[in-house]
Design a protein around this ligand. Structure first.
Ligand code: COA
Length: 167
């Protein structure tokens, strides 16, 4: 990188309540690409967030949610949510590091697959995700997308559904 930093200088860790305000600001900054999350929602789900720190600054965050209703009921499907890296820190591998961090975090749940709805399919494809029909995640559409205020219909929403099989 131009300034000599890369993902190896980044500290990846579980979020704490001290991070909630900065996570909220980061998610709000990317409200066009991410599902908006009120502060209360972030606080309630703080145990589902990872953060990436560089020089004490919040460089990025990622969250997850288990959907037992999707796929094999005994092997969790996990949705990646709120994946964001602040613009000055992009293209250093921090986004990939956050996704890998979520994979490690959900491994004890014996998760079978990671799922994401995204406007940035190239990023997820670079990690190995492949596009799937939205009909494969109907429960997510009915339980999550139904609350979206951006689009009237999840099938006309430009977000692409992608999946990564876990080992
Ligand atoms: C998508 C995002 C998280 C990527 O973060 P990042 O730290 O820049 O990603 P990485 O550096 O780990 O990128 C890994 C690879 O993904 C691909 N990639 C990353 N961003 C990309 C983009 N905007 N367009 C195309 N490919 C991209 C590249 O292949 C990249 O490898 P390379 O830099 O060696 O070419 C970041 O751009 C972001 O926060 N965007 C706004 C929020 C958003 O859209 N989040 C995803 C919502 S589901």
């Amino acid at each position: 990188m131009a300034d000599g930093t890369n993902a190896f200088d980044v500290k990846l860790r579980c979020a704490t309540l001290h991070d909630a305000e900065r996570i909220h600001a980061l998610v709000h900054l990317h409200r066009d690409e991410l599902v908006p999350r009120p502060m209360g929602n972030i606080v309630e789900n703080i145990d589902r967030f990872l953060v990436a720190e560089l020089d004490g600054e919040l460089a990025g965050c990622a969250a997850y949610q288990i959907w037992p209703e999707i796929g094999d009921p005994l092997k969790a499907t996990v949705e990646l949510q709120s994946v964001a890296v602040r613009a000055p820190y992009r293209r250093r591998g921090i986004g990939r590091l956050l996704v890998k961090g979520v994979m490690e975090r959900v491994a004890p749940f014996r998760a079978k697959e990671l799922m994401v709805l995204t406007l940035t399919p190239e990023f997820f494809a670079s990690i190995g995700f492949r596009e799937i029909p939205k009909t494969h995640i109907m429960h997510k559409l009915y339980a999550g997308c139904i609350n979206c205020t951006k689009h009237a219909n999840p099938f006309t929403c430009p977000e692409r559904a992608m999946m990564l099989e876990l080992g």
